[in-house]
Structures are given as C-alpha cells and as structure tokens.
Write a protein that binds this ligand. Sequence first.
Ligand code: BG6
Length: 288
Amino acid sequence: MSSHNQVNYLSEQDIQGLSCYQINHPLFSATVSKFGGQLLNFSGKDQQPLIWLSPLAVTDGSKAIRGGSPICWPWFGAAPEAYKGESQHGYARNTYWQLEQLQQSSAQCTLTLVPTEPEFFHQKFGLAVKLIYQFAEDAKVSVETTNIGQQDFTLTAAIHSYFNLVDVGQISIPELNQHSYFDKLLNASARQEQPLQINQAIDRIYHYQKPELSLCSNADRLRLKHSGHDSIVVWNPWQQDAKAMSDFPDLGYQSMLCVEAAITQGLILKPGETHLLSQAFSRDQRFK
Ligand code: BG6
C-alpha cells in the first residue's frame, strides 16, 4: 500500500453492517464495501448522492448487495454454458476484496482492490482481476481483467451502477436515440425511435459504444462516461418487480435507474491480454 501524501482521507467503517473503506475528502465522500468490492456511496462536495443503495439490502454476505455499483464479472446475466447453474452476474459481487494500493492527494484518491482469495479466479478461470476506484469531483470505476491462463477466455461483464434520482419518471437519456437494443423483457430486438424515457419496467441491452451519456430531467443531470464496453444496459424493475424483490423497497423504483457499462457480446481475451472496462459519473454542477 502506498500513499504520497501525509494527509490520510481513508478510514475503515461499518455501514449498514458491512465492513467498508470510507473516504472523506474535501472534494467528495465515497464508500466502498469489502464484500462485493462495491461502491455504495459517492457524493461530490455539497451534492446529492449519485448512487442509490437499497435500505433493505442484505448485508450479511449471504447475497449480493442490492444497490451501489455491483460488478458483474466474469459474466453478465445468466452463467455461460460452461458454468451452467452458477450465479447470475458471476462472482465479483459475492467476493471479498481488499485494498492493494492507495494513492491520495488534495485532488484525488485512487483505491485498487484485489480479491482476498485471488487463487480461486486463477484456478477456475485463468483470470486475474483488479477493481480500480478513482475519486475526485467525479467517480470512475474500472474492472481490469488479465488472462493469466493458457486458453482464451470469453468475457462478459458490467459495472451495474444504481443511480440515485429525484424522479425516474422524468428522466430521459437522449443519446440512446436511434440506437438498436435487445429487450430482455420482450425477448426481441428493436430500435429506439424516440428519446428514451423511463415510465415502465425496462431491461434493455443497447448496442451503444460511444463514450458519453446523460441522464436528464428538471431535477437531475448526470454525466456518464464509458470505455471498454460494447453495450449499455438500462434496468428498472418498476412497481410489480420491485414488490417481488425482498431486498428492494416497494417504491424504491421511483428514485433509481441502473445504467450499466457492459460487455454483453463476449470479448475474447487471449492468454497474456488485459482488458479495462470503465464507467465514470458526475452530477452537473448546476444540479447540486
Ligand atoms: C440487470 C439485468 O443487469 O440486472 C436484469 O439486465 C436483472 O435482467 C438485473 O434483473 C438485476 O439482477 P440481480 O441479479 O441483481 O437481481
């Protein structure tokens, strides 16, 4: 662990029963859970929280944390054929992580986390993985995957961020207009013909490779940047599915939206290759 500054912004705290890294910095505050290696909170100075965390999240390590910014890795969605029957969204969000490196200054903090038992991933998948959190006025989450095995690995993954919104019903995502998507609820492909608005259950994989997106309403303006992705996933369970989830408040769907930087098409990682998937987010300064 290294630190290039005398001032230490990092402490360890229990949040809702979860052991976490807490960073209280003049420019932001952020919380990363060791279970899941998962961002639970991020707020720029004097700003509303960017990330939504379910007040009903299970926090005893028996189940992935509902909310925050879970990492789906080394697969997104249902397990691939070779791992049939294993957990949806892979292993990272149910794994314990520890700090490998810390860099902090008056301008930023960067935390690098590695699994507490990396051998499991080496042996099972031939992969090494790091989660890199770069916090300044905005937050950037990265998943670094390296194939340290002898065979190709077909990677899918997502940075599954739950964004905290005043009213999801007012949100639009203009950049997705005219992009094709796969609708998981209808099991059909379609094209976004109107600016996307969120007013019903949504579970779509947009084939959107550009770096930037915005979530816009009169009350919220969030800027998202992505790299290393081939898709953007948009998910909100809406009323009926929210009620069916024991770790999700009945009305919680009104103030959150998942917008995920994802690899859904299968990225072939050859032995020795490294891939970086990233999502960065900030609130527009006019919307504190
Ligand atoms: C989204 C998927 O990424 O995650 C949805 O596209 C899924 O299909 C949602 O329902 C939540 O998944 P989970 O496993 O956290 O309940």
